[in-house]
Design a binder for this molecule. Structure first.
Ligand code: SF4
Length: 375
């Protein structure tokens, strides 16, 4: 096994066994707070001395959660609640979530009804009016309330010093992840689609202070190698997430390389940079206000659509694959615009519907095979 293979094996092990990581944090005497989608200010959790633990649903049928949701709710919301109801999140001292879409907003209230005080909900309210003074003031006030709730769940105190240190760590981690995404795109022979995902996914379960040096070491090893994109079909993945095992296996099997992504759970989550030269809570608010180019954000100029095409061009991708989360309104609204923009720019485009409750994707296999032929 080469050094890179050995590093990747460690990430794969963590990504495949989140419950082991959770137990490890608890055994070390840490309090652990679940952090859901999107743009949650998890630096607050870190500053309070707890471990932020990513919770974005899981594969499987949400039998218990269906008692609380109509069937047309997205799988992230349904399977996240399912995880709590079947005991997969036992040990968490809280669950932080934002509400950037209608589904998420309703799901947060279902959490309160179904899970209650067993795992207290830390609800993060963020305004879509990000460019206004009143929008910024709202975020500052909202984050101050969130900080208070985090302190209660974490049994820790947040001050400017520990929050500033958390912001610095997270900025460094996000920069390393952005670098990794570029390096993985340039080295698909060493980092396949599934292993690329494992490196990213492991970051959701590990302490960032442990994940960061591992990613840096991997980045250093990849940077020392020549690029290996030669025989691969270079694509950009767009959407909310890609972690459907059947799909990532097919992408590897058919010789695809993910040279860049516009996934909410991947590059969109690492895009933020929090200022380090101002009062930390206000800095977190400013980072939120500076976000743009995302289907989940108020985006009157549709910068998100342009971003996907620009990303494809900048990364010299041969095509764009939109992994459209089933019943996801924000992504469905942008999907036809992204498709049209790609067509106008002569970038081949493929759309595949995905859902964490569905395990077999034979129709997607045919679509991916045909798309590979086109590329
Ligand atoms: S953005 Fe889409 S996938 Fe995410 S919670 Fe909302 S509906 Fe579900």
């Amino acid at each position: 096994m080469t050094a890179i293979e050995s590093m990747l094996a460690t990430f794969e092990d963590v990504a495949a066994n989140p419950h082991v990581q959770l137990q490890k944090h608890l055994a070390a005497g840490k309090r652990v707070i679940g952090v859901g989608p999107y743009y949650a200010p998890e630096e607050l959790v870190y500053a309070a001395g707890a471990v932020p633990f990513g919770v974005w649903g899981c594969m499987g049928t949400p039998n218990e959660a269906r008692k609380y949701f109509p069937p047309f709710y997205c799988s992230i919301c349904q399977t996240t609640l399912e995880m709590a109801l079947v005991g997969m999140l036992d040990g968490l001292s809280g669950y932080m979530t934002t509400a950037l879409c209608d589904t998420q907003r309703a799901a947060s209230q279902n959490w309160r009804a179904a899970v209650g005080n067993d795992i207290p909900l830390i609800f993060v309210s963020q305004p879509q009016n990000r460019a206004s003074d009143f929008g910024r003031a709202y975020v500052v006030e909202s984050y101050a309330q969130v900080a208070h709730e985090v302190e209660e769940c974490a049994h820790g105190i947040i001050d400017d010093e520990n929050l500033g240190a958390a912001i610095k760590l997270y900025n460094e981690w996000r920069a390393a992840m952005r670098e990794f995404v570029k390096l993985a795109g340039a080295h698909p022979a060493e980092v396949g689609v599934q292993t690329r995902l494992a490196v990213i996914k492991a970051g959701y379960f590990m302490d960032k202070a442990e994940h960061l040096p591992m990613v840096r070491e991997l980045n250093g090893a990849l940077a020392a190698l020549p690029e290996s994109t030669g025989v691969f079909k270079r694509v950009v993945l767009s959407g909310i997430f890609e972690n459907i095992p059947a799909i990532t296996e097919m992408l590897d099997e058919m010789g695809y390389a993910v040279v860049a992504d516009d996934l909410a759970k991947e590059s969109r989550a690492f895009a933020m940079n929090v200022p380090e030269d101002e009062q930390p809570l206000q800095a977190l608010a400013d980072a939120w206000c500076a976000l743009e180019g995302d289907s989940l954000l108020y985006d009157p100029e549709k910068l998100h659509v342009k971003k996907v095409v620009d990303l494809a061009r900048a990364s010299q991708a041969q095509g764009v694959i939109l992994l459209l989360a089933k019943f996801c309104d924000p992504e469905e609204f942008d999907a036809p615009l992204v498709k049209a923009a790609c067509q106008e720019a002569s970038v081949p485009f493929l759309q595949i519907e995905i859902d964490q409750s569905t395990e077999t994707y034979e129709q997607a296999r045919t679509q991916l095979e045909t798309f590979a032929d086109i590329l």
